[in-house]
Design a binder for this molecule. Structure first.
Ligand code: FAD
Length: 354
């Protein structure tokens, strides 16, 4: 049987909750369908030692400041899960956990959101499904020949799972640096960290706060027709969060250039040497989880969907929230998602009332 609502939000992580907050302020009837059985989005699946690169006061959703975590400047993932669970409850957001959306179509008049609990007929849809469920591993010579363990960032939990082993960590972003640091600091794992280009550490005094300020300044400059002030990425890729700094300062965090190929039991390097390893951890990023939108045929290049702000080009009733800068500057961060969420809810409200 079909159920009806003004707006269906697909995904109940931070982006979906920020959308719910602003839809409520717009007095729009809505439901938030979330595949995870519990609150917290991707944060509940991240590795044990993960800490944010932004301090608490720069990690909040609209309306409610994240409380401080005693003893920590940079909160841990568990603290974020608690914050999101509390946020959901405090604003009484209509989240249905354990509900996966399989497809979004339209019947001309309404958007049809097909979930595994039934179909919703909606006048607008906000897709906020993140990237965590679509880990990306590049095609690397010899990858299928390697007979050891291969994991992605999403599978990594803690160093004890690799005690006494030789591990290759691949990737020069925050995940690669943090996981390599976590393993190296443990002292019971032989870690080799490889990156495609030399790792670019942010200055120690620069964290998520400064990155957000840079993204905001850029947005203001571009909106005002002024010269591009440069993306946050121009400052570097890796935030020097405490474990990364500790491993780096202890001389444990040296990156090697990429190996030339994997073999059954390790990797060959450009200088014709070979390293035997037990496991490879691919910290090589993510793609947007958009397969539920495939029936709408809106896909653009590189797995993205062309958008104007958050609105999908070609389907004005559909908005995309989170995912990356292509849906709004810093929209895939806690502090950055508030503004595009407000814009998406405002545009839908305007469309439904016009
Ligand atoms: P998610 O948290 O992934 O939530 C998406 C939700 O949608 C999930 O609950 C999922 O179950 C649900 N879902 C997916 N598909 C469907 C479907 N078909 N139907 C129904 N539900 C579905 N940001 C910061 O601000 N500070 C940081 O320090 C920081 N560190 C990060 C570290 C790592 C390792 C990573 C990967 C990201 C980090 N980020 C950080 C970026 C970002 O804040 C997180 O990725 C965040 O989880 C994104 O939130 P989201 O709501 O967009 O997606």
């Amino acid at each position: 049987m079909n159920q009806h609502t003004d707006v269906v939000v697909v995904g109940g992580g931070q982006a979906g909750l920020a959308a719910g907050y602003h839809l409520r302020r717009q007095n729009l009837d809505h439901v938030i369908l979330d595949a995870d059985p519990a609150p917290g989005g991707a944060w509940q699946h991240m590795w044990d030692s993960l800490h944010l690169f932004s301090p608490v006061e720069h990690s909040s959703l609209p309306g409610r400041l994240m409380p401080a975590q005693p003893g920590e400047t940079y909160p841990g993932a568990g603290h974020v899960v608690d914050y999101l669970a509390d946020y959901e409850k405090r604003y009484d957001l209509p989240v249905q956990h354990g509900t996966r959306v399989r497809a979004v179509r339209h019947d001309g008049e309404r958007l049809l959101v097909e979930a595994d609990t039934g179909t919703w007929r909606a006048r607008g849809v906000i897709s906020a499904t993140g990237t965590w469920t679509r880990p990306f591993i590049p095609a690397v010579p010899g990858r299928s020949a390697f007979t050891g363990r291969q994991l992605h960032t999403v599978d990594y939990r803690c160093p004890t799972d690799f005690a006494g082993q030789r591990v290759l960590v691949v990737g020069g972003g925050n995940s690669g640096a943090q996981i390599a640091a976590d393993l190296a600091l443990d002292g019971h794992v032989e870690v080799t960290w490889v990156t495609q280009r030399p790792p670019r550490f942010l200055r120690d005094d620069i964290d998520g706060r400064a990155l957000f300020d840079v993204a905001t300044a850029r947005r203001r400059a571009l909106d005002a027709g002024r010269r591009d002030t440069g993306a946050a990425a121009s400052l570097g890729d890796i935030a020097a969060v405490p474990p990364v700094r500790a491993a780096r300062d202890a001389g444990l965090l040296h990156a090697k250039p990429m190996f030339s190929r994997l073999t059954a039991d390790g990797a060959w390097w450009a200088d014709d040497s070979h390293t035997t390893v037990d496991a490879v951890i691919w910290c090589t990023g993510f793609r947007p989880a958009l397969s539920h939108l495939a029936p709408l045929n809106l896909r653009g290049p590189r797995g993205h969907m062309p958008t104007d702000g958050t609105r999908a080009c070609g389907e004005p009733r559909l908005h995309l929230l989170g995912y990356g800068d292509w849906t709004g500057p810093a929209s895939a961060t806690l502090i950055g998602v508030g503004r595009p969420a407000r814009d998406a809810a405002g545009e839908i409200a305007h469309l439904l009332r016009s």
